[in-house]
Design a protein. Structure first.
Length: 329
């Protein structure tokens, strides 16, 4: 894939230097600004582009000292962003919509995963290739994700009552042992784990069947957008550079991740496979044309339609593209 000219590191650093010079300040002469970036989950190559941005000094070149705080089951993204403890957080459109409904002053300012990673994983010998194949099947999943399955069924004229939902932990074991016929999971984790273990499996990406919901989204508060705009733009510029490098060599991103977090228990081969499988979710014709993180009025409208199916009603002003427009020039 040809790298768009406006994604280059030189472009970002030159434009930032020009801005600093025009303000009468030597480029990057001031002390770097401390920024906390709240990730949505435990450290893994899921955030590989961010690790590259930090390790290669892209943020420090742009005047930021960025700390990457890992998330997890006991570390939700929204509270530190609301409180100002984190400038930016990684979330998803449905989580952000729910928080805004309860009064949180969030905006989605960029989108890493253009295609939602939710998928139906099955064994190759009994595959679920399309939503109609779910009829008569036992699906292992968290009961809390029933609205997700219902949305997929509604979009594809499948009767959810003809699917048996079996509550399971987030683990491939129930599928491998034959307790269920398929699993609701992310395309980049349980199927990857099975592949690494030598289990032949099939993945049906829900995004290919109408489930349009932005994931791995960047959120910031209205206050941060108004008062720390330069820091937000610099952080996003570093992200763009890091993820552009990631696209050029996903194996290197996996190796870097394992080296940066040696105590995270990461399997290098699994990280490499996950890194490769993230590419078609994050890099599309839209991002090739406009740049990493981009979204349009049309993709926002599709998200709003999916959110309605999930029982959440939001307006298009939940998304703010103005920072990306500055980033990509």
């Amino acid at each position: 894939m040809t790298q768009p000219r406006h994604l280059t590191r030189r472009f970002f650093l030159q434009t930032s230097a020009v801005a600093a010079a025009s303000a009468g300040v030597p480029a990057f002469a001031a002390s770097p600004t401390a920024v906390n970036f709240q990730l949505s989950w435990l450290h893994s190559v899921q955030f590989g582009g961010s690790y590259i941005a930090k390790q290669r000094g892209y943020w420090s070149d742009l005047g930021l000292d960025v700390s990457l705080s890992q998330g997890g089951p006991n570390a939700p993204v929204e509270p530190p962003v609301v409180s100002g403890a984190a400038l930016v957080g990684i979330s998803a459109a449905d989580y952000t919509a729910a928080a805004v409904t309860q009064g949180a002053p969030f905006k989605i300012i960029a989108v890493a995963m253009q295609k939602n990673p939710f998928a139906i994983a099955s064994l190759a010998g009994n595959p679920v290739n399309e939503p109609a194949d779910l009829v008569g099947k036992k699906i292992g999943m968290a009961v809390a994700n029933t609205p997700v399955l219902q949305a997929l069924c509604t979009l594809n004229d499948v009767d959810i009552d003809e699917i048996e939902i079996v509550p399971t932990q987030y683990d491939p074991a129930p599928l491998v042992s034959g307790q269920v016929d398929c699993l609701l999971s992310w395309a980049t984790d349980l199927p990857v784990a099975m592949t690494v273990q030598g289990v032949d499996n099939t993945t049906m990406l829900m995004a290919d069947y109408g489930y349009a919901l932005h994931s791995q989204t960047y959120i910031a508060t209205d206050d941060a957008i108004a008062n720390r705009r330069a820091d937000l733009v610099a952080l996003l510029k570093g992200e763009v550079m890091g993820w552009t490098d990631y696209l050029a060599d996903t194996d290197a991103a996996a190796v870097l991740t394992a080296e940066m977090f040696p105590d995270a228990g990461l399997d290098l081969e699994a990280q490499k496979l996950q890194a490769a499988r993230q590419v078609p979710l994050m890099f599309t014709d839209l991002t090739e044309q406009h740049g990493f993180g981009w979204f349009t009025d049309e993709t926002v409208a599709a998200n709003i339609e999916t959110l309605v199916l999930l029982g959440q009603e939001v307006s298009a002003d939940l998304w703010d593209r103005s920072l990306l427009e500055e980033v990509h020039g």
